[in-house]
Design a protein around this ligand. Structure first.
Ligand code: FMN
Ligand code: COI
Length: 404
C-alpha cells in the first residue's frame, strides 16, 4: 500500500510540537495489494478458520443492524468547501483531557489471539506505533498488565468493563484496581450486554474459543466464555467466575459506584443508543458517552450508530464528550461522524482483519490507511484541522432526491 501524497496524520501531529511517540509505519511496503479495509477483511476470510472468521464478522439474528451500520454512512453525502489552503492538515484533538494524534481509536474487541498468535500484544504495539488510543476488552485473551507493557509507557489506553447481569462488584473492583495500577486512564463501561446477543453463525458453527486461549482469558479478566456446555447446550458467554449478588443485576447505581472506586480514571458509558440513555448517563456523572450498538452483535434492528449520533448530540448539549463506533471503514466515514458531533471514532473489526493479515504490521497498516484516507478527505473537503469539519458538510442523500 502506498502512502498518500503529502503529510500523514501522525506527521502533522508531530509538526504541532506535540510530544508524541514516533509513528512506525509499514504502509510503504512495495507491491502490497491491500489498499482498503475491505481488502483486509477479504484476506482475513481466507486465513482464518471459518468458526473464527464468522465469530469476528458476524452479528445478531438477521444482522439488520450490522448491515445498517455500513449502509447508513453510504446514504450520507459530503458538501465540500473549495479553495482553502490545505497544504498541511492537522488531525490532533484533545479527548477526555488527553492529546490525541488523530481521532481514530481502537474499540474493545474480545479474543485477539483467535485472530493472530500475538493477539492483544500485537494490537498494543501497533496502537503505540500509530499513536492510537487502544481500549482493551475485559474479554481479552491477554492480561491487561501485559497489554500495557507491550504498548509501552506512551500507549494511550483505556480499559473496558461489561456491566452484565452476572458479574458482581467484587470482580469489577478487582479489575478496576488492576487497570489503575497498569496506567489505564479511563474505564469504558459497556451497558448493552446484560446477556449475549444471539449470533446464529456461532451457534451453527458450535464456535468456542480454543481452550488454551480461554485459560488466558480467565487470567486476563472475568472468564466470560462462549461455548458448548458438558450437556451439549450452548453457553452464550456469561461470566463463569462471577456470581451475581443475590437477585440483583448490575444497573445505573453501579456506574455511580464505579466512580467512587476508579480514582482519576474517567468514565465512559459505551452503547448509548437513545437520548434517554444519554440523559441517564449524564445524570450519573459520566465523562463521555459512546454511541455504539456493539457492531450489530447485540439487539438486532436497533438503528445504525451514525443515525443515532445527532439525537445523542442534541440530548447532551455539550455537557460531555461523545464517541461513536460501528461500520467505520473509510476516512470519509470518520469525517462524517466528526461532522455530526463525535469527538472521536473507534474501529472494531478492521483491527481484527489487520491482525489476521500480519499481526502488528497488519493493524499498523489498517490504522495508517484510515488516517491517510481521513487526511485526504479533509483536504478534498477544504478542512485544514478537525475543528474546520462542520455539521453542514454532511447531508442525507434524500435531501438531494427531493430536489430532482
Ligand atoms: C469480535 C468482536 C468482539 C467484541 N468484543 C467486545 C467486548 O469485549 N466489549 C465491548 O464492549 N465490545 C465488544 N465488541 C464491540 C466493539 O467494541 C465495537 O462496538 C464494534 O466492533 C464496532 O463496530 P465495527 O466492528 O463495525 O467497527 C466486539 C465486537 C466484535 C466484532
Ligand atoms: C462475548 C464476549 C466475550 C465478547 C463480545 O462482547 C462480543 O463478542 O461481542
Amino acid at each position: 500500500m502506498g502512502r498518500l501524497e503529502g503529510q500523514s496524520a501522525t506527521a502533522s501531529a508531530a509538526s504541532t510540537g506535540m510530544p508524541l511517540p514516533t509513528p512506525k509505519s509499514d504502509t510503504a511496503r512495495p507491491g502490497c495489494t491491500h489498499v482498503n479495509v475491505a481488502d483486509y477483511e477479504r484476506r482475513a476470510k481466507v486465513v482464518l478458520p471459518k468458526g473464527e472468521f464468522d465469530y469476528f464478522a458476524g452479528g445478531a439474528n438477521d444482522m439488520v443492524t450490522l448491515r445498517e451500520n455500513r449502509a447508513a454512512y453510504r446514504r450520507l453525502r459530503l458538501r465540500p468547501r473549495v479553495l482553502r489552503d490545505v497544504s498541511s492538515v492537522d488531525t490532533t484533538r484533545t479527548v477526555l483531557g488527553e492529546r490525541m494524534a488523530h481521532p481514530i481509536g481502537i474499540s474493545p474487541t474480545a479474543e485477539h489471539r483467535a485472530a493472530h498468535d500475538d493477539g492483544e500484544l500485537a494490537t498494543a504495539r501497533a496502537a503505540a506505533g500509530t499513536c492510537s488510543m487502544m481500549v482493551v476488552s475485559s474479554s481479552a485473551t491477554t492480561a491487561l498488565e501485559d497489554v500495557a507493557t507491550a504498548g509501552g509507557p506512551n500507549m494511550q489506553r483505556w480499559f473496558q468493563l461489561s456491566l452484565s447481569s452476572r458479574k458482581n462488584r467484587t470482580v469489577l473492583a478487582g479489575l478496576v484496581r488492576r487497570a489503575i495500577a497498569a496506567g489505564y486512564t479511563a474505564l469504558v463501561v459497556t451497558v448493552d450486554r446484560p446477556v449475549l446477543g444471539r449470533r446464529e453463525a456461532d451457534l451453527r458453527n458450535c464456535y468456542e474459543l480454543a481452550p488454551r486461549l480461554a485459560e488466558g482469558r480467565v487470567v486476563s479478566a472475568t472468564g466470560a466464555r462462549i461455548g458448548r456446555r458438558p450437556d451439549g447446550t450452548m453457553d452464550l458467554g456469561q461470566a463463569s467466575d462471577a456470581r451475581p449478588e443475590a437477585g440483583k443485576s448490575l444497573n445505573w447505581d453501579d456506574v455511580h459506584w464505579l466512580r467512587t472506586i476508579c480514582g482519576d480514571m474517567k468514565i465512559v458509558v459505551k452503547s448509548v443508543m437513545t437520548r434517554e440513555a444519554a440523559e441517564e448517563a449524564l445524570a450519573h456523572g459520566v465523562d463521555a458517552v459512546w454511541v455504539s450498538n456493539h457492531g450489530g452483535r447485540q439487539l438486532d434492528t436497533v438503528p445504525a450508530t451514525i443515525e443515532i449520533l445527532p439525537e445523542v448530540v442534541q440530548a447532551v448539549r455539550g455537557r460531555c464528550e461523545i464517541f461513536v463506533d460501528g461500520g467505520i471503514r473509510r476516512g470519509t466515514d470518520v469525517l462524517k461522524a466528526l461532522a455530526l458531533g463525535a469527538s472521536a471514532v473507534f474501529i472494531g473489526r478492521p483491527v481484527i482483519w489487520g491482525l489476521a493479515h500480519s499481526g502488528e504490521h497488519g493493524v499498523t497498516d489498517v490504522i495508517n490507511l484510515l488516517n491517510e484516507e481521513l487526511v485526504q478527505a479533509m483536504r478534498l473537503m477544504g478542512c485544514k484541522k478537525l475543528g474546520d469539519i462542520e455539521r453542514s458538510m454532511v447531508a442525507h442523500q434524500s435531501s438531494y432526491h427531493a430536489k430532482l
